[in-house]
Design a protein around this ligand. Structure first.
Ligand SMILES: *[C@@H]1O[C@H](CO)[C@@H](O)[C@H](O)[C@H]1NC(C)=O
Ligand SMILES: *[C@@H]1O[C@H](CO)[C@@H](O)[C@H](O)[C@H]1NC(C)=O
Ligand SMILES: *[C@@H]1O[C@H](CO)[C@@H](O)[C@H](O)[C@H]1NC(C)=O
Ligand SMILES: *[C@@H]1O[C@H](CO)[C@@H](O)[C@H](O)[C@H]1NC(C)=O
Ligand SMILES: *[C@@H]1O[C@H](CO)[C@@H](O)[C@H](O)[C@H]1NC(C)=O
Ligand SMILES: *[C@@H]1O[C@H](CO)[C@@H](O)[C@H](O)[C@H]1NC(C)=O
Ligand SMILES: *[C@@H]1O[C@H](CO)[C@@H](O)[C@H](O)[C@H]1NC(C)=O
Ligand SMILES: *[C@@H]1O[C@H](CO)[C@@H](O)[C@H](O)[C@H]1NC(C)=O
Ligand SMILES: *[C@@H]1O[C@H](CO)[C@@H](O)[C@H](O)[C@H]1NC(C)=O
Ligand SMILES: *[C@@H]1O[C@H](CO)[C@@H](O)[C@H](O)[C@H]1NC(C)=O
Length: 404
């Protein structure tokens, strides 16, 4: 009787008692498949989740829907995947900090990049920047491949694992971005439900996808013009074999609006343009600040503009607006742009023309239109001009190419 009262009191106070992940998972009906999965792989799972030196961690547990979807997409059941795949999947679903419900609901419009336990894998060929390391317990602890967590309102469009149900504006729900531009929904659990010995756990309604090469990622995201440009310049192996890259990738509409430089420019000019759109570091959107500048691989300066209004955070690189942020790759990421970037020098000298200027609120021609396609076509003329006729801007040294 006494004990029962104490337990009730404990529950009322929000105190939770020690329990293994398996014990905690088995109380959540939506995780019955994962619970079975855990039991089927008991020795393996107990060793992985019982390793106290990795604590505190947060496990993103795949729901029963995730199992169903995985089976449909891969024609193989998750119950049948091999041990090597299994370990990488578990590692990529494990965040290296204790993220409770409040942590997720407070990510705001910025979102948050969170490192996972997936460290030594071809899916993680990047190094951790100081800012990310500082947030997540140091460079070694934060070394794993990341996921990007965005609030539900932001969960951006074309998704590979686009799944039913939880697209509500319920702040308890968020989107988790992983490789190949996929986004799954996250359902957070409160401390009473989502706590176990090692930290927290929450529910994802699809499997996270391991990040892979830029080539596969860009193709999978349907960026055919960019793909064509990399094919023609034979830059894929250099790009995919490099660590720490941010590819600022114009959409197909952006290429079209600029007069299809992927087909029209000669290989030299096109190479320069692609290098201008490639940064030799990993620039996740939550670390970008207004006014920040990057030196691109082509040695040009690229300036960031960040604008927050009405619960939306919009990011530009020079004149180009980010329309799909944090498309993760094994060696960094892609930010998809609504326009081809105009070099800063030209933006400044064309202040009075139709193109946007990053030094004031970018003009409505570039940014205020709901459709990125329409927005880009207005900016088309100066963009095309910049690309085709300003040879000097697009020249590049062999040494720069070697940098890739
Ligand atoms: C997975 O969950 C579904 C319910 O969503 C259930 O019908 C099915 O039997 C479960 N499969 C396994 C192998 O546990
Ligand atoms: C336990 O975790 C630590 C830190 O993540 C790791 O270095 C160690 O290899 C793990 N031990 C086992 C047996 O997996
Ligand atoms: C999560 O929230 C706690 C406070 O509840 C805070 O100390 C911690 O830094 C947050 N973690 C992350 C990764 O933001
Ligand atoms: C990782 O990057 C290095 C260059 O820093 C490269 O030599 C290596 O081949 C890359 N590995 C993979 C698996 O892409
Ligand atoms: C990768 O980026 C980090 C942080 O930006 C930097 O410290 C590191 O030297 C880079 N690594 C390579 C191989 O360029
Ligand atoms: C680029 O090359 C790859 C490999 O040869 C090919 O599969 C792909 O279709 C090409 N992309 C375009 C847009 O032609
Ligand atoms: C890169 O640009 C700087 C000025 O911003 C210049 O001093 C330097 O020589 C350039 N490097 C190359 C390789 O063109
Ligand atoms: C463009 O103009 C801004 C201020 O409006 C200035 O800070 C920047 O240095 C200029 N850039 C170039 C390349 O002239
Ligand atoms: C461009 O516009 C900004 C303010 O919008 C101004 O500060 C800058 O001097 C202008 N640059 C040129 C070259 O006119
Ligand atoms: C490639 O095009 C640029 C500008 O469009 C031009 O300056 C350059 O001479 C061309 N190079 C070759 C090899 O035709």
């Amino acid at each position: 009787m006494m004990l029962r009262h104490l337990l009730l009191l404990g529950t009322a106070l929000g105190v939770t008692y020690a329990q293994t992940l398996l014990e905690a998972l088995s109380k959540v009906p939506e995780l019955s498949n994962f619970t079975t999965f855990y039991q089927n792989n008991e020795a393996f799972a107990a060793a992985y989740f019982g390793n106290e030196s990795s604590y505190p961690i947060t496990f993103l547990a795949p729901s029963n829907d995730a199992f169903t979807t995985y089976h449909a997409q891969h024609q193989v059941s998750l119950f049948d995947v091999g041990p090597d795949v299994l370990l990488q999947l578990l590692q990529y679903h494990t965040l290296v900090s204790n993220m409770n419900q409040d942590n997720f609901t407070s990510v705001g419009t910025k979102g948050i990049t969170a490192p996972t336990m997936l460290k030594d894998s071809p899916a993680n060929n990047r190094t951790t920047g100081a800012s990310l390391g500082a947030k997540f317990g140091g460079a070694e602890r934060a070394r794993g491949q990341v996921v990007f967590i965005q609030s539900a309102g932001q969960a951006s469009s074309p998704t590979r694992f686009k799944l039913m149900s939880r697209q509500s504006s319920d702040p308890q729900n968020a989107g988790i971005r992983s490789g190949l531009a996929s986004t799954v929904n996250l359902q957070t659990l409160d401390a009473n439900q989502g706590t176990w010995d090692g930290g927290s756990f929450h529910i994802v309604d699809g499997l996270l996808t391991l990040p892979t090469t830029c080539a596969r990622t860009i193709r999978s995201a349907g960026l055919a013009s960019l793909d064509n440009a990399f094919n023609r310049t034979r830059l894929w192996s250099a790009l995919d074999g490099s660590k720490n890259v941010t590819c600022l990738g114009p959409s197909n509409a952006a290429f079209q609006a600029a007069g299809n430089p992927d087909t029209v420019l000669n290989a030299t000019a096109l190479t320069g343009a692609l290098l201008y759109h490639t940064l030799p570091e990993v620039a996740y959107s939550d670390f970008l600040v207004d006014g920040q500048v990057f030196k691109s691989l082509q040695n040009g300066t690229v300036r960031v503009r960040v604008e927050e209004s009405e619960g939306e955070r919009t990011i530009w690189f020079n004149n180009a607006k980010v329309i799909n942020a944090n498309v993760l790759t094994h060696n960094g990421l892609v930010h998809v742009l609504d326009a081809i970037m105009v070099p800063l020098e030209q933006l400044n000298s064309t202040n009075t023309t139709a193109s946007g200027t990053p030094s004031s609120r970018p003009s409505s021609t570039v940014t205020n239109t709901a459709s990125p396609t329409a927005a880009s076509s207005n900016a088309a003329a100066p963009l095309a001009k910049a690309l085709r006729f300003d040879g000097a801007l697009w020249t590049f040294g062999a040494s720069l190419l070697a940098l890739l």
